[in-house]
Design a binder for this molecule. Structure first.
Ligand SMILES: Cc1cc2nc3c(=O)[nH]c(=O)nc-3n(C[C@H](O)[C@H](O)[C@H](O)COP(=O)(O)O)c2cc1C
Ligand code: SF4
Length: 518
């Protein structure tokens, strides 16, 4: 019988040599006349174990990792294809605590199936949500999504159902679904992982969004730095179209929905929804003033749903299992699950999907296992480059939109970057201003000019030049940016800066400059 061996095609696994491992496996198997099929799956999200090779056995899937091409011969000698013991053997994949303790709703199939096999997708529960949506009135689909409590996973946490209702109710001869797959936040990779590991779930989510709001056309705007995700999405769209999941009659419903993959040119600000729409229309990626909301006048001036990849990819399970099922997970107004992306100086980096509500301390110390260097954790930045730095003293904060906001932080796209005690928080604050200066679209003054003045002011503090006056100036500048910027790039850059100043004041008081002795 042919044995299925899984070697991920995920970009993180590829970066760590997955292609070379797959080649070595296929070469060795040929020499040894072993009957194997190599399936290129998505990643299970345990990045420190990549490339993670799995073999299907009667006892379930057995994992080995991290595997190098030079390990392949010894793995086969030890009986890899029967799932036998080897120093790299990790036992049953699903029993690895990092995976076992997760609640995988959105990522349930990621790493499990062949990402571009529609058959595999269907045999693991795929398309049930879309089938249910087809049988319902559009307004009822929107209601399900609203009742599920799903909030946008792109950063702002806006209720997805309310956005959809605005588009449904908006007059318009054409409407659009735009999936924001720009994923510019540092330390985030959930969008990439789902597009590479389970692209059909995004296609299904977008088709449901189209049927629910009356949009017949969708676009996925993917950053150019994600070539594997672009390939996987293009391949999956072609397969879906050929199978009638997309096209003039979605699953024979008589309702049309089709989509295209578009590639962004690599500006952080093009993740901002209105800049994204400009870019999609072939214009310069510059932020538009709101109103009008994209839901009323978006792509080509038509009503448009702009949603993050994870928001859309979470819809199929809601439409499959019902709003209550999804809503039952989480805490407060943060319902369902969130794919945490644990990165930076951390022992167990990767993607961990869980219900909202774990404390930051549990995430860093227990799930992440502390720092990779073994030194104490000093700071954690949550929410990408515009997120606040949290010290250990705030590790009891539960992962929840409101709880983070109450501590002057944000969840954003759930990127979590860990720093040990060697981090210089003044440098991090300067970096935030520098990032904003580099990425600013230039439309408004507080962001365009303020960020450059911020870099200069941070430099003066570092040089010990009038530190007290310059600290006040930096805080003042932050307030101007926070309240005077047109979008969240300028408006949220103060979060990392002010949190660094407030929680780590010692780093903002460098020794005064000593005049060189004559
Ligand atoms: C500077 C900036 C960058 C952004 N980058 C992204 C991004 O990469 N991906 C994303 O989904 N949302 C991003 N957003 C948020 C989007 O403007 C928008 O809120 C989101 O796509 C809406 O989808 P959601 O409701 O599903 O979260 C960004 C916002 C700003 C201000
Ligand atoms: S805040 Fe910055 S990025 Fe946003 S519109 Fe103003 S200049 Fe552009």
């Amino acid at each position: 019988m042919t044995v299925r061996i899984y070697v991920p095609r995920d970009a993180a696994a590829l970066a760590l040599g997955a292609d070379r491992v797959a080649k070595a496996l296929s070469r060795e198997a040929e020499t040894r006349k072993l009957d194997i099929t190599i399936v290129r799956n998505g990643s299970r999200g345990m990045h420190w174990l990549e490339p993670l090779v799995e073999v299907e056995t009667a006892q379930g899937r057995i994992a080995y990792g991290p595997v190098k091409p030079s390990d392949v011969a010894s793995l086969l000698d030890a009986g890899l294809i029967e799932g036998k013991a080897h120093p790299l053997c990790l036992g049953g994949t699903e029993e690895i605590p990092f995976l076992k303790n997760q609640t995988r709703l959105t990522f349930a199939r990621c790493g499990v199936i062949d990402p571009v096999s529609l058959e595999d997708y269907k045999s693991h529960g795929g398309l049930k949500g879309l089938e249910n949506a087809i049988a319902m009135a559009p307004a009822d689909v929107v209601k399900q999504v609203t009742d599920s409590g799903l909030r946008g996973r792109g950063g702002a946490g806006f209720p997805t159902g309310i956005k959809w209702k605005t588009v449904l109710d908006a007059p318009g001869d054409r409407k659009y679904i735009v999936c924001n797959a720009d994923e510019g936040d540092s330390g985030t990779f959930a969008d990439r992982m789902i597009m590479e590991g389970d692209p059909f779930v995004l296609i299904e989510g977008m088709a449901i969004a189209g049927l629910a709001t009356g949009a017949a056309k969708g676009f996925v705007y993917i950053r150019s730095e994600y070539p594997q995700a672009i390939d996987a999405m293009n391949e999956a769209v072609t397969v879906a179209r050929a199978a009638g999941v997309l096209g003039t009659s979605v699953l024979g419903s008589g309702k049309a929905f089709d989509m295209e993959i578009r590639v962004g040119a690599g500006a952080y600000v093009c993740g901002e929804e209105t800049a994204l729409l400009n870019s999609l229309e072939g214009k310069r990626g510059i932020v538009r003033a709101k109103p009008p909301l994209p839901a009323l006048q978006g792509f080509m001036g038509r009503p448009t749903v702009v949603n993050n990849v994870i928001s859309l990819a979470s819809v199929p399970i809601i439409m499959d299992k019902g709003a209550d099922f999804y809503r039952d997970f989480g805490m407060g107004r943060s319902r369902g699950t969130i794919p945490l992306q644990i990165a930076g100086n951390v022992k167990h980096g990767g993607l961990y999907e869980t219900a909202f509500g774990l404390t930051l301390g549990e995430i860093i110390d227990v799930i992440g296992g502390g720092t990779a260097t073994g030194r104490p954790v000093r700071a954690v930045q949550v929410g990408g480059p515009l997120g606040a730095y949290f010290p250990r003293a705030l590790f009891d904060t539960p992962f929840d939109y409101e709880a983070f906001a109450a501590k002057d932080g944000l969840i954003g796209h759930a990127g979590i970057t860990v720093f040990d005690d060697t981090v210089d928080m003044l440098k991090q604050a300067r970096f935030a201003m520098e990032f904003c200066a580099v990425e600013s679209c230039g439309k408004c003054t507080p962001c365009r000019i303020g960020s450059t003045r911020g870099v200069e002011t941070a430099d003066r503090i570092a040089q010990g030049i009038e530190p007290e006056k310059n600290r006040e100036l930096l805080a003042d500048l932050c307030n101007t940016m926070k309240f005077g910027s047109l979008c969240a790039l300028g408006g949220f850059t103060p979060y990392p800066v002010l949190s660094a100043m407030n929680h780590f004041p010692e780093d903002f008081s460098p020794a005064p400059m000593v005049e060189a002795a004559e």
